[in-house]
Design a protein around this ligand. Sequence first.
Ligand code: BGC
Length: 842
Amino acid sequence: MTAIHASRSDAVTAAEQEHQERVRRLAGECMVVLENHGVLPLAAPCKVALFGNGARATVKGGTGSGDVNARRVVTIEEGLEAAGFTVTTKDWLDAQQALTERDYRDYWARTEAEAARIGQEPMFVSWADPFVPQEIAPFSAAADPAGDTALFVLARNSGEGADRYHKPGDYQLLPGEKALLETLGKSYERVIVLLNVGGVVDVPAIAATPGVGALVLIGQSGAVGGHAVADVLLGKTEPSGRLAATWARRYEDYPAAATFSHNNGQWNEEYYTEGIYVGYRYFDTFGVEPFYPFGYGLGYTTFAQRVDAATADAEQVRLTVTVTNTGARPGREVVQVYASAPYHTLEKPWQQLVAFAKTPVLAPGEHRQLTLTFPLTRLESYDPDRAAYLLEAGRYTIRVGHHSRDTVPALYIDLDGDALTKIVKKICPLDCELPLRTRRETRPHPELAVEGAPVVVLHAADIATRRVTYAGEPDPLPAPPTDHCITMEEVRAGKWTLEQLVAQLTVEEMADLCVGTAREGQEGADSIIGAAALTVPGAAGDTSVRLAYRGVTNMVNADGPAGLRLAPHFRVTAQGRILAPSKAFSEYAVDFPPRQPGDTDYYQYCTAIPVASLLACSWDLDLIEAMGDLVGEEMTRFGIRVWLAPGMNIQRDPLCGRNFEYFSEDPLLSGLCAAADVRGVQRHSGAGACIKHFFANNQEDNRMSVNEHIGEQALREIYLRNFAEAITAGNPQCLMTSYNLVNGVHTANSYDAITAFAREENGFSGYVMTDWSTSSARITAQVSRPDAYYPCASSPACIRAGNDLQMPGTQENIDDIVAAVQDGSLPLGYLQRCALRILQAL
Ligand code: BGC
């Protein structure tokens, strides 16, 4: 067992306190003001009539492995009271709490009964049918004659294993919520609505309610969310967030809405017929008006932007923009840059984000000049016929502005011919006919010519082309010139190389190293997902100790992304046995057996930070890096080697159950946010980040057996591009493959994605691991929908693809790998390379 890093004291430490204060300060900056009719900020704490299911049961983050076991959660009710507000509706809050608790008891009884009936873990049953409180306590304004301010907190929750529903209580408002909002609109002078959500909800229904004076996306902001919200309401923190997704007028307006996940009654096949037209790329190209556009957000002040200079050469585009605070309060502005590429026959979005920058806090009247420089390749497209990235000949318009629907052209780039920027090979071929949406049917957008916007002419011949070379099957490593048993220490001292150490390992040893330690039947290894580590309670898993005789230590992996997920409390008996509430996602408030003499209690309280979908709204990479830094500090404190985060899939549709764990619908924003998070973590020596879930893990229902059919242009421009950006800008130590299949191949088995795309095309140099139990037939059968027909990923195919580590692992995985090497179907060189990359990480 590795040394215990946890504390023996339950007391709040100075470090824990400091982290909470940091989160309180930064969380508020991510929040997005969507409507404000002169209501916010409030001049001073006042009497407030507080309502909504998030007022007392504030959601700090989603459920599942992304849920961080915080010491406690500061609710909005508590945050307001601590800030000096007087909550006048305690009776209503009590009534609502009683209703929700009753609902929950009924729900859990139903879940357990169903689990017993079908012989399943209740956890898996609840995933397929998550808890949604159904009842809202009624309210009559006569019950609160005192106040003029009402605050309504709308909360929604979701998590892994299940997608959200387009129905009341989830995407839509419950009838009780609608009725209550209407009553508040009629009864109070100021009605403020706070959205305590991880993703999109039906905002038009709220904004249209007469009397609603302000609407703020507070997201799910971690354990001190109540304090952060009070600071924002009082203007102590400036909410300078901007949306990282498009909020539609109607759910049906999203391009995949008709068929996404359960919407068309089947979960096995998902056809990405919208192609590259995801999020604003779709809305803007096909003329669909969003309710709140991508990049939108008001803050408490106003800004003017002026482009001072704009230029481009064969490598990069450079803009200088002066931002002036034209309002009456301090604030921060995000300068957003979009590009429209010439459209011939290759599909192209009307515009796409190519750069952004955020000012520091500017006082009223203050201005600041920002410089935005970005590579010309951000304008490129992928042509599946030519298997190349390219800039097509024609006019490129670079637009600068406040959000995606409020920009002006700042520069025109005229390119005199097609320029191939990167020549690659075709990957992940389609396994079916896939009719794709095309821009051909739309009317061209009018081009706004702005006087004074400069034109730069570029020559295609000046633009560099990179041709990627791909290696073939790896040769077996040459045997070292010694029989001496090489150790890690000797490798570190430079006496031998790691390759020589690996060449000495037996096939069984390498297979063992390439499979995590939660082997069935092994003591302590009884939990499956989310808490399978044997050495640090509550961590998700760890790596083999089989090579301890050579000085190879294990690596403990713990979940995220909204902080570090560990068991906050565990006990070690006099015999050294760890007692911990290890059962995956169950409540951590479980009873320990009676304390025995010699038992020692340990504590490891981690900080719950805002969920990724809120962090991205900051559009502030330094802020996200600071959050990663906080996590890295805690990893060092508690002996965690790898953080299974950030999550960074594309928010293809608002109903994906894990969108809260992901940054955005845009691949550039997602990739850069992930890279910042990674940099913050990896600042700490010995701490590594694992970006996930690679790739196209966009559906949670039947997630282990869904086949996502995606054309190569969309793959390369959207669903893989985010990962490419994160690899280039963040250099993560690790990559986790996803559960789903893409075009008939499990991503865990995809040589094209792992070796060709991540490593050979984009220079990923770390190691790759599977998501939990992707190669376990037993778990796949348990978690998949009854009508699912795709088997689990194959263990030997993981190794061949370059997927180095199968987590949390079974003995069967090891046996399958050994058998495949022995029967010649898995050449030894592949296994040796996987083992090598794991040891390199150490
Ligand atoms: C999730 C991963 C997580 C892993 C370990 C899986 O169910 O999909 O995101 O890292 O469990 O807990």
